[in-house]
Design a protein around this ligand. Structure first.
Ligand code: E4P
Length: 233
């Protein structure tokens, strides 16, 4: 399974890259705004350089299919590792499958976003999406079980040998990451604030403290034995 960061924070991404756990990054206009990246192009180009060959998802911001296609082509021209995020429908509920199909047909990697159901996911894959972003938190907001959607989409992809990858986003708690991983997500995109919670454990700290203290005691014993030998020898 891969881990992406759901963030536009350069320093956070750099930090977790050096720790070897980041396979890519996803953004959306709300994340860019929250992380003070107001110039999408400059911010995306900078993150793409930081990521090397790892993918960066950047989302279109129009309801109009023609403008979506133009934005998608423009974004894809910024760097080799840009993945264009297209919502499954626009604000009015109109299908964006034609945009997904058009960009994918031009060789542009598409991440279909804001997916809340099995049916949306399979249509996005049929249209040519390389990634389908299933929004776990927003599925749960509506009283539905994200793990069921993830498991069903994964089973369908495997059954028909589609290469598309499931990204699980809209992570609200560490338990969402665990559930997504176990339900068959190829990728979980994690807001960086959850990574310290995933890695740390109070009892691990106590365990490491015990080992360090005992190592210091062993060193003291060596010093004690050497001092006694010097006196008697
Ligand atoms: C990731 O690709 C999504 O844009 C993001 O996880 C959405 O999260 P939210 O539901 O917390 O806005």
């Amino acid at each position: 399974m891969q881990i992406f960061l759901d963030s536009a924070k350069y320093d956070e991404i750099e930090n977790w890259l050096t720790q070897g756990v980041v396979d890519g990054v996803t953004t959306n206009p709300s994340i860019m705004l929250k992380d003070s990246v107001y110039d999408c192009e400059a911010g995306a180009r900078r993150l793409c350089r930081l990521l090397g060959s790892r993918p960066l998802s950047v989302e279109v911001t129009s309801n109009n299919p023609r403008e979506m296609l133009e934005q998608g082509r423009t974004f894809a021209g910024w760097a080799e590792n840009v993945v264009v995020k297209i919502p499954i429908v626009n604000e009015r509920g109109e299908s964006c499958l034609g945009v997904i199909h058009g960009l994918s047909g031009e060789g542009i990697a598409v991440n279909t976003t804001a997916i809340l159901s099995f049916n949306q996911a399979i249509l996005a894959v049929k249209a040519g999406a390389a990634y389908v972003s299933i929004f776990a938190g927003r599925i749960a907001d509506e009283g539905n079980d994200a793990a069921v959607v993830i498991r069903n989409v994964r089973q369908w992809l495997d059954q028909w040998s589609y290469a598309a990858k499931i990204i699980v986003g809209s992570i609200r708690a560490v338990i969402d990451i665990q559930q997504a991983a176990l339900a068959g997500a190829h990728i979980v995109t994690i807001p960086p604030q959850f990574l310290p919670k995933m890695v740390d454990h109070k009892y691990t700290r106590d365990t490491v403290r015990q080992f360090n203290e005992d190592a210091r005691k062993a060193q003291a014993q060596i010093a004690h034995v050497q001092a006694a030998a010097a006196v008697h020898g």
